[in-house]
Design a binder for this molecule. Structure first.
Ligand SMILES: C[S@@+](CC[C@H](N)C(=O)[O-])C[C@H]1O[C@@H](n2cnc3c(N)ncnc32)[C@H](O)[C@@H]1O
Length: 281
């Protein structure tokens, strides 16, 4: 098992290399991936004048939605490890506040205390989930609420391995696959581990509920496969590959994703997530 320091460096390197793919696909990612965060946003039901934090905000689409919800008298801030993604978020959403930094080592987010914290598909990625949750906890008011989503086990997210496997044979080396509890898309698939991390960080009123959502896209195999490859573990290798290898990677992924496609209608990508809610003690 790699050390926390090594895993932290691996995570930082992964997101530095992944950032251009996320930035290139940011607009349709916001649109097509919305169901991944929607249960947490619904649960938080953010209103005017609230102060809210978006932990692992990526290119900032949801932070901008939160900024609209809190209005001029409230405050929304997105935090992300990737400086490039934060720079893109600032370009995409002028006037919205973003902070580049590592939630594992930040201790408290600038602008604290917050009434609420939101996170979509980010809490499973850092080397030490307790450290990230402690930063979030330190940044909330007593009684402040957290709502977050993470993937359930891999079998409930069948499109993710399909995109990686379809592309992998046609591009260069992929980053190391996570072993055991190492950070990665499925590192918080076990709700017992998540509950333990939340408790260790000091949260209470913890609930972890399964949700089945479906990502819907237009019937555009080239756009959908380049999005799914581009934001996934094969994204950096795909970007560095020559055009003919990229085309082969897209058609490899399209073949494995065809079971989710209705020609003339689009893709429906079934996804199992956990909706995690908790309160700051
Ligand atoms: C899968 S993306 C999700 C982005 C966004 N929430 C969304 O739903 O589109 C995960 C994000 O978490 C960020 N991240 C990973 N580890 C982090 C850390 N230790 N501190 C802050 N952000 C982190 C990554 O840079 C990435 O933008």
């Amino acid at each position: 098992m790699a050390t926390t320091t090594a895993l932290r460096a691996r995570n930082a390197d992964f997101w530095a290399r992944a950032a251009p793919g996320w930035i290139a696909h940011a607009d349709h990612h916001d649109d097509w991936s919305r169901p991944l965060g929607a249960p947490a946003l619904d649960r938080l039901s953010i209103g005017p004048r609230e102060r809210v934090l978006d932990a692992g905000c990526g290119c900032g689409g949801t932070t901008a939605d939160l900024a609209r919800a809190v209005g001029a008298a409230g405050y929304a801030v997105g935090v992300d490890l990737s400086e490039e993604m934060v720079a893109a978020a600032r370009r995409r959403h002028p006037g919205v506040e973003f902070v580049a930094g590592d939630l594992e080592t930040m201790k408290v987010v600038r602008g604290a205390p917050f009434d609420a914290a939101y996170s979509c598909m980010a809490l499973m990625l850092p080397a030490d989930p307790v450290a990230v949750l402690t930063t979030v906890m330190n940044s909330l008011h007593p009684g402040g609420r957290l709502a977050a989503t993470v993937f359930r086990e891999q079998s409930t997210v069948p499109w993710l391995p399909a995109a990686v496997l379809g592309a992998a044979a046609h591009v260069g080396a992929l980053p190391p696959l996570p072993v055991g509890d190492e950070p990665g898309p499925f590192a918080l698939a076990d709700p017992a581990r998540t509950r333990k991390a939340l408790t260790a960080a000091g949260f209470d009123t913890i609930a972890i509920e399964p949700r089945d959502v479906v990502l819907e896209t237009p019937d555009d195999p080239d756009a959908v496969t380049s999005w799914l490859i581009g934001i996934g573990p094969a994204g950096a290798a795909y970007r560095e590959a020559p055009p003919e290898a990229q085309a082969a990677a897209r058609s490899g992924a399209a073949r494995l994703l065809s079971r989710f496609r209705t020609p003339g209608v689009g893709y429906r990508l079934p996804t199992g997530i956990w909706l995690i809610t908790a309160e700051c003690a």
